[in-house]
Design a protein around this ligand. Structure first.
Ligand code: HEM
Length: 449
């Protein structure tokens, strides 16, 4: 592996580092890329009152996420913002509380649970297909549809029901929260009172809507006789010993962490396939010969090597978690040659490292075949689900959800490019396509293999 390129020069702070915060707020992806292009693999930037390191090299990423993970916590300011709606959930807790929490939630994501979840995802994906079939041959706005589908999937797998009539409202609410939270985390100033009052009012309404909905579902289940469901909630109830507050916090964070990311991933997947008809054809051929008229299951999707490569490549180019949660060093620490001081922030960016030509040839091109053989890149050059102890707990679930949804949709439909189709990114808490990114779904003949 090529050694990290280190530069003794770092960007000079202007206006007490507020200039960098404004750049992150207005055009984060280009700003991060320009830091790496100008200053190399480890860049020190003043962000308001904080000194922040942007680390782009796989060796450094491994140190922060795995080898020296215990020397970092997630940056308190961002966690406090997330706490407003996630409560003290797995996402935000640290140390022993995090360990205990993770142990209690892990059984819900055991491999042996996946076949049941896969059946639920397939049933919900067929509802999506019915909906898409009613709108074939016309421009289809992807982001909203996929976000709602992912929310319905989260609903059925978490607590065996969709939000039905509230589905659109809740998916818009989560979108709104993500916007507000992003604004709060990147805002150096308190906003003028009139604006902040309006935003706070909206935030309170959205958090209230979500918490009441979830709290009602959890209460009903706790009061009902027996616990005979196959969903995630039944496992959380068992392992949280019926502690309603903990259960609600974790349901909320699984709902938010799970549905925004997988919704975004599905949107990118269909957008990319619509732009690459040759690759779409290969995926269709594979589905016809391996799945045919069968339902996709947790077992048979493992044979879909072409689709799986397409999904992995989508995650490389458009990682929903384009920036990991910012970390803060709890002690002075050496990361390779880089000396990080206690209190410094560290930011890792899958979006930038995934597009580094040193690890991926033609890094900006959509080339799923790179995932067909042995990986030719260093392990920590590709980390769409994070790594180390705090790796995404829903990784297998998320991959299964995206694969099953894609199979159900592509078995019945094909994609045609929309004249209005464009790929434009909307980086907020997750990397979603801009509202208005469109494709056209068309009916197709199924050829059983
Ligand atoms: C499908 C696309 C998904 C992507 C790209 C994704 C990505 C990530 C990443 C990168 C992290 C680590 C963040 C960091 O270290 O800063 C993470 C953590 C997490 N993810 Fe996911 N995720 C996905 C799906 C899901 C699903 C489906 C669920 C739950 C149903 C989920 C629940 C979580 C939780 C609870 C954490 C925090 C784990 C901890 O701190 O111990 N994710 N995810």
């Amino acid at each position: 592996m090529q050694r990290p390129t280190l530069n003794s020069k770092h960007p000079a702070p202007y206006f007490l580092g507020l200039d960098s915060l404004f750049k992150i707020k207005s055009d984060p992806l280009n700003y991060y890329q320009s830091l790496k292009d100008k200053y190399g693999d480890a860049v020190r930037v003043q962000l308001g009152p904080h000194r922040c390191w942007f680390l782009f090299h796989p060796e450094h990423i491994e140190q922060v996420l795995a080898k020296q993970a215990d020397k970092f916590i997630r940056f308190e300011r961002i966690m406090n913002i997330l706490r407003q709606w996630n409560g003290n959930s797995l996402l935000v807790v640290e140390g022993d509380s995090w360990k205990k929490r993770r142990r209690k939630i892990l059984p819900a994501f055991k491999q042996s649970r996946m076949p049941d979840y896969a059946r639920m995802v397939a049933a919900q994906s067929n509802v999506l297909v019915d909906q898409l079939e009613k709108h074939t041959d016309t421009n289809c706005e992807l982001d909203g549809i996929m976000a709602q589908h992912a929310l319905d999937v989260a609903g059925v797998t978490l607590f065996s029901k969709t939000f039905s009539s509230q589905s659109e409202e809740i998916s818009k609410a989560v979108y709104g929260l993500s916007e507000i939270a992003y604004r709060e985390t990147t805002s150096p100033f308190l906003l003028p009172t009139s604006i902040s009052m309006r935003i706070n009012k909206r935030k309170r309404e959205v958090v209230q809507l979500m918490r009441t909905t979830i709290s009602d579902i959890v209460k009903q289940r706790l009061e009902s006789e027996g616990n005979k469901h196959l969903d995630l909630l039944s496992i959380l109830i068992e392992h949280h010993e019926k502690d309603a507050e903990q259960i609600e916090d974790d349901v909320m964070s699984l709902l938010i962490a799970g549905h925004e990311t997988s919704g975004a991933m599905l949107s990118w997947l269909f957008l990319l396939l619509a732009q690459h008809p040759d690759i779409l054809k290969k995926v269709h051929n594979e589905l016809d010969s391996i799945i045919g008229n069968d339902l996709p299951t947790f077992e048979n999707i493992k044979n879909l090597t072409c689709l799986s490569a397409v999904v992995n490549e989508t995650l490389r180019l458009y990682p929903a978690a384009y920036a990991l949660f910012c970390r803060q060093a709890t002690t002075d620490i050496k990361i390779g040659e880089v000396s990080i001081k206690k209190g410094d922030l560290v930011q890792l960016l899958p979006y930038i490292t995934h597009r580094d030509e040193r690890w991926f040839n033609n890094a900006d091109k959509f080339l799923p075949e790179r995932f067909l053989g042995e990986a030719s890149w260093p392990q920590y050059a590709y980390f769409p689900f994070g790594a180390g102890p705090r790796i995404c707990i829903g990784q297998s679930f998320g991959m299964m959800e995206v694969m099953i949804t894609a199979v159900c949709v592509l078995k019945k439909l094909t994609l045609a490019p929309s004249e209005e189709q464009f790929i434009s990114m909307h980086p907020r808490f997750s990397l979603r396509p801009t509202m208005g990114s469109k494709v056209i779904f068309c009916k197709r003949e199924i050829k059983a293999g």
